[in-house]
Design a protein around this ligand. Sequence first.
Ligand code: MRU
Length: 368
Amino acid sequence: MEERRETGAESRAEAEGSQAPAPEAAIQDRLASDFSPLRWSDGAIEILDQTLLPREEKWLRCTEPQQVAEAIRRLSVRGAPAIGVAAAYGLVVAVAQGGAEAFAPAYDLLLATRPTAVNLRWALEQGQQIHDAGPEELETALLAWAQELHRRDAEINRAIGEHSVRLFAPGDRVLTHCNAGALATAGYGTAVGVIRSAWTAGALAAVWVDETRPLLQGARLTAWELQKLEIPFRIVTDNSVGALMSRGHVDKVVVGADRIAANGDVANKIGTYTVAVMAQRHGVPFYVAAPRSTIDPRTATGAEIPIEERDALEVTEVFGTRVAPLEAPALNIAFDVTPAELVAGIITEVGVLEPPYEESIAAALSRP
Ligand code: MRU
C-alpha cells in the first residue's frame, strides 16, 4: 500500500487553503447548536430553501401538502433524513387543512416525490400507523409524532458523531461528497456531523469538499455549513479525487446515504461510487454515516434500489445558463450504488457496523 499520510505542514496547508472570513457569531451559534432546515411555526412547516443557498436565506412557508411535495421535488429540502421529516409535516398540514380524508392523497403525493431516499417511505409508513390507530385528534397526534421525529433525528446524528470519533487520528484530512450536513437532516448532520465531532475532538486537520455536480450540494451547501462552523475546508472539482488521493492528501472518506440495502450496498449522490473505487485503489478507508432509518431491510441488495433520474436540463444548464449546445441530449442519474465491499464501516447511532454487513445490519436493526 502506498504512503498516504503526509504529516508536514505543507500538505496540511494545501488542504486547509485560504479560508473565507469567519462568519458572524449569531449564525454560527445557530448552526452549531440546534440549527435545522425545517421549523414548525404557527400551523405551517417552514423550509429553508436550499436552492437559493448560499446566496440567500429564505424560508418557504408551507400550509398544504402540495407545497411540501413541490419543495421536496425541487430540492428546496433535500437529503434523506430531512426529506423524511418534511414529509411527516406534510401529512400534518394535509390533515389540518382537509381532515382525515386528506391523509391518503397526501401520503401518495409525498411518496411519489423522490424514489431513492428510503427515509421518505419510512416516515410516511409511521404516519400511516398513527392514522390507522384512529386517534380522536388525528392532527394533534400527527403533529406530536412529526415533532418527535424532528427532535429525535438531530439527537441520532449527534450519537452518530460520537461513535465515529474513535475512527479518526489527529491530523486526518477527510473528503466528503454532496451534503450530508445539518441541512440534509433535522440537525447536526450525518457525514458532516461526523466531521464536526472529529473536529471538536481535535482529530481533524481539514476537509476536502467535492463540489458535487450537477447541483453543487458540496460547493454550495457543505461549504456553507463548514464555513459557519469554522472548520477548515477546500472545495475541489469532483474529478480531482484521483489526483488528491494519489498525492496522499486524503486520509479518510465519509459520506451520507440515501438508502442502504440489507447487504450493506449504499445508494448515495452520483459520484460517490467513483470516490469509493478511488479510495480502495489508494488504501483510504471509505465510511458511510447514516441513521438506521436509512437502512432498508426490505431491499436485499443495491441492484434493487430505485435510482432517481432527474431533468436533463440540470446537466445541460448551470443554474439557468445553458452550457451545452441547444438540444444536446443528456442523462442525469441522481444517485449511484457503492457495493458493500468498498465500505470500511457504516457509522450509525448504535455504533460502527462492520462487514459482514448482512449480520451487523440485522443486529443493529434488532436493537431498540
Ligand atoms: O439529491 P440530494 O441532495 O437529496 O442528495 C443527498 C445525498 O445524496 C446525501 O448524501 C444523502 O441524502 C444523505 S443526507 C444525510
